[in-house]
Design a protein around this ligand. Structure first.
Ligand code: PLP
Length: 413
């Protein structure tokens, strides 16, 4: 670990207070030019005594704006402190978790996984236009049918065709021959550039695509492509549960990744993470963003500096070993749940390194689904699956209560 280490609460507090000192202080500094200030003090007190021991809330009321991208070029001077915390936390994630070479990546804390995914699609579309003189209709998005709907949103916004790759109903994996057929058919229709999204944990099943399935087909046919990993859900799970994971920047075919901190990491909403290899993010430069010091290479514009601090605090509190331990406990709980399902003869899907279990809907009544708040794959009668996500708050007692109701197997057969 080059960047990620465990820190005490006192150490975190000092570090964060220093960052606030490095930012503009709207209470004491003369700052006339920004359409920005701290939170309205008539409504949100900056002086409340409990703020003293609550560094995250201090940053929250100071309300820094981490607008722009801080891994390259210059940035707004006014929020230098919280920008540095952002770079620090991106280093922990990109270098220590996803094996990017130090200094070899760009990225930012996006408002969520949706934006991070759209940022990736936007970046690659422009990359193909800028570097290959591609026309929009020559570019396609490739991703499985289990892919999150943010890819459909991005395809719609960017007016790109999405080649939706079917998966096996039971093991949720892509058939290489079917994939090859779809790619070659698209090529015969004039598609030349393929923006590919491989999932590291789909939202519904937790299934993980093998990125090599894609790259081997592209390489075999000398097809130009770029590969993005959607780890919005699995980004803080899979690299820890599977020590042999190759879904990271050690794989030269992978050039970007999305990770959500507001899912498994339990950070406040508004904390998606976008990371890409150096040399790519310039493709989303908006030249018209002249009033922003440095460059705006992001989709969103203004964004809260406090979110970077929240992610930094969570990772610094656990440290790498603490986080590994937490994921290991969730894995054990998930495995136990699957073992009992198996003993009961209830069919389910589980990706071995993930903490989502998707149960065959034939074994779950509407009443059970409602009582336990199980999420269906589809909100209509054609639904075939219900999922259980083994989060921190989902304990053995809850799982036992559910398992005790799932005793209908002999009745149904
Ligand atoms: C949740 C999720 C997203 C979208 O993330 P938001 O943070 O809700 O915008 C994208 N991809 C996957 C796999 C997800 O689970």
């Amino acid at each position: 670990m080059l960047f990620w280490k465990k820190r005490t609460a006192e150490n975190q507090q000092q570090y964060i207070q220093q960052a606030l000192k490095d930012n503009v202080n709207f209470s004491t500094d003369t700052s006339l030019g920004y359409p920005a200030s701290k939170l309205d003090p008539k409504v949100f007190s900056t002086e409340a005594p409990f703020l003293k021991d609550a560094p995250l809330l201090q940053v929250f009321v100071n309300n820094p704006n981490n607008i722009g991208c801080h891994t390259c070029g210059t940035s707004e001077k006014a929020f230098k402190g919280t920008q540095e915390i952002e770079v620090d936390v991106l280093n922990m994630i990109a270098v220590d978790i996803f094996k990017a070479p130090p200094g070899g990546f760009d990225g930012y804390i996006a408002p969520g996984g949706t934006e991070a995914n759209i940022q990736a699609l936007w970046m690659y579309r422009n990359y193909f236009i800028n570097e290959y003189n591609a026309k929009a209709q020559e570019i396609a998005i490739v991703a499985s049918e289990d892919t999150h709907y943010s890819i459909a949103k991005g395809a719609n916004l960017l007016m790109l065709e999405w080649l939706k790759i079917p998966v096996d109903e039971n093991n949720r994996s892509i058939d290489e021959n079917v994939l090859e057929g779809i790619i070659l058919e698209a090529r015969s229709r004039g598609k030349k550039y393929f923006i590919t999204v491989a999932n590291m944990g789909t939202t519904m099943f937790g299934s993980v695509d093998d990125p090599d399935t894609y790259s081997s087909i592209y390489d075999r046919h000398s097809i130009v492509y770029r590969l993005h990993i959607d780890g919005a859900y699995g980004g803080f799970v899979y690299p820890f549960s599977n020590p042999d994971s190759r879904i990271n920047f050690n794989n030269p075919n992978i050039s970007s990744v999305t990770i959500d901190a507001h899912k498994m990491l339990q950070a406040p909403y508004g904390t998606g993470i976008f990371i890409c290899r150096k040399g790519l993010i310039q493709n989303t430069l908006t030249k018209e963003a002249e009033y922003v010091e440095g460059m705006d290479l992001t989709l969103c514009g203004s964004r809260p500096g406090v979110n970077a601090v929240a992610v930094w605090m969570i990772l610094s509190t656990y440290g790498p070993h603490g986080w590994f331990e937490k994921i290991s406990v969730l894995q054990m709980r998930t495995s136990w749940f699957c073992k009992v399902l198996q003993e009961k003869g209830i069919p389910y899907f589980r990706e071995p390194y993930m903490n989502i279990v998707t149960i065959n809907a034939a074994f779950v009544t509407d009443e059970i689904a409602a009582r336990f708040d199980l999420v269906p794959q589809k909100h209509d009668p054609s639904n075939l699956w219900y999922k259980v996500v083994v989060m921190d708050h989902v304990e053995i007692e809850h799982l036992t209560a559910l398992l005790n109701t799932l005793n209908t197997v002999t009745v149904l057969l």
